[in-house]
Ligand binder design. Structure first.
Ligand code: FMN
Length: 348
């Protein structure tokens, strides 16, 4: 039904799911606006992490992940989306205008949406086994739908080069006072905070299998006996790359990140972004040359693998939807209705 539009309660339910998306340091840098016949996503640059992400690249990736979760949630609720990315070229904060059409709830979307509340950034070690082929196929397929180049870094040489780039980035960032202050301000959070990385979500170990993980403030995760496998590893590293390096590519990277993380969760796999080497030009170039053959721009690194324990991680907090929803002043109506702006992504 072309002219139907969801009830407010349906839109709110979908937005509740969208804001469960991962974001850099749980900064949740998004704002939403509900138009008369559309939903709009805006980047909130007031929540940009100036020292870690001076270009705002990871901010846009975070918004892309939220856009993906919105799309999947709406599809699961019986609303298929046409997404107009960057609908207003004079305002690059306006990341997407989402048009809706009523359909039957899509079965694959229901499965994927069910993973949204279950997914966590899991910073514990993973088993050192390979990913199952069916998961690799599905991850490749999902990422390809968003035009990503996907590389599973499985050969020892590339993996070593990548772990060296991670270590170099960590060395540089950990002596940068502004970076350190920023990560300290956005992590080690306790009960009551509605953003930032909770102390309980971070284990004391900051690296496995020769790959370092980001140091957050006050790691307080209880690891306990039997929770860490003796062969604990960082897991399979997956690098996503794009042909261009602009807001559009970053947004699609976020969407692809959203679909890969939910797909992995659905297969019972643990996952976590690991993006330090992409935060400095030198180490980003190293990743580009070592993993992507010097051709495309690396945008995201994910670690994925089997968890070593079935102990659930605590849920991470989010700001309430009411805090990230602006009332529409009507200016967003119809600005995307120009030729050449239609959604070419086919898939969830
Ligand atoms: C662009 C981006 C970069 C991230 N980089 C890292 C990282 O380097 N290390 C890490 O442990 N988590 C990283 N994360 C995960 C966030 O910290 C996490 O999504 C956030 O704290 C919310 O927690 P949740 O994913 O468990 O819901 C990143 C997430 C995004 C979207």
């Amino acid at each position: 039904m072309k002219d139907a539009f969801p009830e407010q309660s349906t839109i709110h339910a979908a937005l509740e799911m969208a804001v469960r998306a991962p974001s850099l340091h749980n900064s949740q840098p998004w704002r939403w606006r509900i138009g008369e016949r559309s939903i709009h996503l805006f980047a909130d640059h007031s929540r940009m992490l100036q020292a870690t992400d001076p270009e705002g690249r990871e901010l846009i990736i975070s918004c892309g992940a939220a856009l993906h979760h919105l799309r999947v949630s709406l599809a699961a609720l019986g609303w298929s989306c046409t997404i107009h990315r960057l609908p207003d070229r004079s305002d690059l904060r306006h990341l997407a205008a989402v048009e809706l059409e009523q359909t039957e709830p899509q079965a694959d979307a229901v499965v994927l949406a069910a993973q949204i509340p279950r997914r966590r950034s899991d910073r514990r070690p993973y088993r050192s086994s390979d990913l199952p082929p069916f998961a690799v196929t599905q991850i490749n397929r999902n990422a390809a739908a968003y035009g990503m180049t996907v590389r599973l870094v499985t050969d020892p040489h590339s993996r070593r080069e990548l772990s060296l780039a991670v270590a170099e980035a960590d060395d540089i960032e950990s002596v940068d006072v502004e970076y350190r202050n920023e990560v300290a301000a956005w992590s080690g959070q306790h009960f009551g905070a509605d953003d930032g990385v909770p102390a309980k979500s971070v284990p004391p170990d900051a690296g496995y299998g020769g790959v370092r993980l980001r140091h957050f403030a006050h790691p307080e995760m209880q690891t306990g006996p039997g929770t860490v496998a003796p062969d604990g590893d960082v897991g399979t590293l997956i690098v996503l790359g794009t042909a261009t390096d602009d807001v559009y590519a970053w947004l699609l990277t976020g969407e692809a990140t959203g679909t890969i993380l939910l797909t992995a969760t659905g297969f019972g796999l643990a996952s976590c972004p690991l993006t330090q080497p992409l935060e400095l030009p030198r180490t980003r170039r190293l990743v580009r040359d070592a993993v992507l053959g010097g051709t495309v721009h690396p945008q995201m690194i994910l670690r994925v693998g089997y968890p070593t324990t079935d102990r659930e991680l605590p849920v991470t907090p989010r700001r309430p939807v009411s805090d990230v929803l602006d009332s529409s002043d009507g200016t967003t109506a119809g600005v995307w209705a120009r030729p050449g702006q239609r959604d070419r992504v086919r898939g969830l």
